[in-house]
Design a protein around this ligand. Structure first.
Ligand code: NAI
Length: 327
């Protein structure tokens, strides 16, 4: 018997969605035993482009793609959905303060949170990609009355994957030898890619690499600035790798985590590691196939503690900028 899943994607005519939708419709995300309905959501001016994307999805004749619904209306878009992948947002433009960015996005994620609470299926999970993704997830969560807070996630997986590759290259091993890579805090340049707890071939990464200065310096800055490096090289921002990280993230939520490993996701803090309760914070997490929990008991030295304090401070600041949207 085939399973069924109904997935809403916002920003569906954007460049990340153009890499993602075909992987969902082919069965790569939810598996070959699951039929997919795609609710593709865009703003009015992008509806024509969205129709083009839908035509291409049609032209793939994917056997698992049961139906598509294209709309700019949130009631239609979120009706009965099991997953909301919130990719659409308004990126920062020249001259825009972070504060403006947050309030513009508040205008998007508040109504989306409300509509998800009203119209989505009772098992809905919400995965936020559109930046600033941690605080956008916080806004959606705070406006989704009745949806448990542990159903909301923001994406730090692209940073995790970037960090794993940097460690693999530096140590001259294949990337599948790297494990336990956590991204702490905000998906921004203050994130902390936690090399202290990462492992290479099961050994502490620090021991294998033997170059603490590189880890503290070039490694962290390469991961933090990778988005800008991609824009510089490609002329547009990471899209295929972001879509790939969405596939990895969503699968990591509904698939039990490999024994001894963890994955990076930004979840609602319950105060773990002293992070203020309610922040949408990047942590190492494990899934039992149904829900995720933060991995506790990891230790950090002063360097890591300071880095985590800095990203915590940034997220606390973002939260205070949007306080009128979440109270
Ligand atoms: P894009 O500009 O190509 O596409 C965004 C789409 O969202 C556009 O088609 C736009 O019309 C749509 N949109 C805007 N407001 C909307 C709304 N209210 N409802 C529905 N759709 C709406 O951008 P791209 O490259 O696809 O990136 C999307 C977002 O993902 C950006 O905010 C980007 O910063 C973020 N991002 C996050 C990453 C992460 O690791 N968390 C990684 C890469 C990108």
């Amino acid at each position: 018997d085939m399973k069924k899943v109904k997935v809403a994607v916002t920003g569906a005519a954007g460049q990340i969605a153009y890499s993602l939708l075909f992987r969902i419709a082919s069965g790569e995300l939810f598996g070959l035993d699951t039929k997919v309905t795609l609710n593709l959501i865009e703003i009015e001016p992008a509806m024509k482009a969205l129709e083009g994307v839908a035509m291409e999805l049609d032209d793939c004749a994917f056997p698992l793609l049961e139906s598509m619904e294209l709309s700019s209306d949130l009631k239609t878009g979120f009706d009965g959905i099991n997953w909301a992948l919130l990719i659409g947002s308004v990126p920062r433009k020249a001259g825009m303060e972070r504060r403006d960015l947050l309030s513009v996005n508040g205008g998007i994620f508040k109504p989306q949170g409300e509509a998800i609470a009203r119209y989505a299926a009772s098992d809905v999970r919400v995965f936020v990609v559109g930046n600033p993704c941690n605080t956008n997830a916080l806004i959606a969560r705070k406006n989704a009355d009745g949806v448990p807070e542990d159903r909301f996630f923001a994406m730090t997986r692209l940073d995790q994957n970037r960090a794993m590759t940097q460690l693999a290259k530096k140590s001259g091993v294949a990337v599948d030898n790297v494990s336990n890579m956590a991204i702490w805090g905000n998906h921004s340049s203050t994130q902390f890619p936690d090399f202290e707890n990462a492992r290479i071939g099961g050994e502490p990464a620090e021991k294998v690499i033997g170059d603490r200065a590189w880890l503290e310096g070039e490694f962290i800055s390469t991961v933090q600035k990778r988005g800008a490096a991609i824009i510089d090289a490609r002329g547009s921002s990471s899209a295929a790798s972001a879509a790939n990280a969405i596939v990895d993230s969503v699968r990591s939520i509904f698939t039990p985590t490999k024994d001894g490993d963890w994955v990076s996701l930004a979840v609602c803090s319950k105060g773990e590691y002293g992070v203020p309760e309610g922040l949408q914070f990047g942590f190492p997490v494990v899934s039992d196939g149904n829900s995720v929990r933060v991995v506790e008991g990891l230790s950090h030295d002063d360097f890591a503690r300071q880095a985590i304090a800095k990203t915590t401070e940034e997220l606390t600041g973002e939260r205070s900028e949007v306080v009128e949207l979440i109270s």
